[in-house]
Design a protein around this ligand. Structure first.
Ligand SMILES: [Cu+2]
Length: 249
């Protein structure tokens, strides 16, 4: 009896893992701000939601053409939204019952580049439950951020280290930031893993929430930190930030 109980619990564990791993409508992109190569552009790419390295997809940003430009000011909160194929980006929240593959969550970072993607500074971090199309993930453009006026070089990015797959995602939006005179960029560097092109060690994933389907949404404390100046120059994040829960397989 014990043996068969063990076998069935192993079977349940295995099928749970399979449902987390399944790629019914795979991967993730950002729809707010409206990012490069999404369906809101004239340049929709079929791999816009895919990870860096998929069929040669390049870091940073996937190597896409310039997208729509969104203008923000320092001190403004961006309510980031996620999108993938099969989701109507014009409706928020999307209709119930969609099952985009969020790969058991992982660790998301939101970053700014003022130099066309050469360097990236983090302005928000969400672990475990991120990403999820059913929630907004607010991040603050720091109140003391400098201006960035060249929308060819000013970028906002979503990056994601997934739980169930060793995949690193990076999707960017062209932005303009009206900042403050003498402003300073945050000091926390964006974490990049599993990008072969950068000759990194592979096989890194994040702890995530290990759940398929809908998550419980952004963590309350992470939401506070991503909107209260923690990531601003001089804020508590410094150059370490929070624990992303990264694990080497
Ligand atoms: Cu995927």
């Amino acid at each position: 009896m014990k043996t068969s109980a063990l076998v069935s619990s192993v079977f349940i564990a295995a099928s749970t893992l399979l449902s987390v791993l399944s790629t019914t409508s795979a991967h993730m992109a950002i729809s707010n701000p409206p990012a490069q190569a999404g369906p809101w552009t004239k340049d929709l790419k079929s791999d816009v939601h895919a990870w860096i390295g998929y069929e040669g997809k390049k870091f940073p940003c996937g190597g896409y053409k310039k997208g729509p430009v969104t203008t923000y000011r320092a001190g403004q909160i961006i309510p980031v939204r996620f999108w993938t194929f099969g989701v109507d980006y014009k409706k928020f929240p999307p209709k119930a019952g969609l099952k985009p593959s969020r790969h058991g969550g992982g660790a998301c970072e939101f970053s700014l580049s003022y130099d066309g993607g050469k360097s990236w500074k983090v302005i928000g971090q969400y672990t475990k439950t991120c990403p999820d199309i059913y929630y907004e993930w607010p991040v603050l453009i720091p109140k003391n951020a400098p201006s960035c006026k060249d929308s060819n070089k000013c970028l906002f990015a979503f990056s994601w280290t997934a739980y169930a797959t060793n995949q690193f995602y990076h999707h960017c939006a062209n932005v303009i930031i009206n900042g403050v005179k003498g402003g300073k960029l945050p000091t926390l560097e964006m974490t990049v893993v599993d990008v072969k092109q950068l000759k990194q060690k592979q096989n890194t994933h994040a702890k995530g929430d290990a759940r398929g389907g809908r998550s419980s949404g952004p963590d309350r404390r992470e939401k506070q930190m991503s909107t209260n100046g923690y990531y601003a120059a001089g804020g508590g994040a410094g150059n370490h930030g929070i624990d992303l829960g990264l694990v080497r397989r």
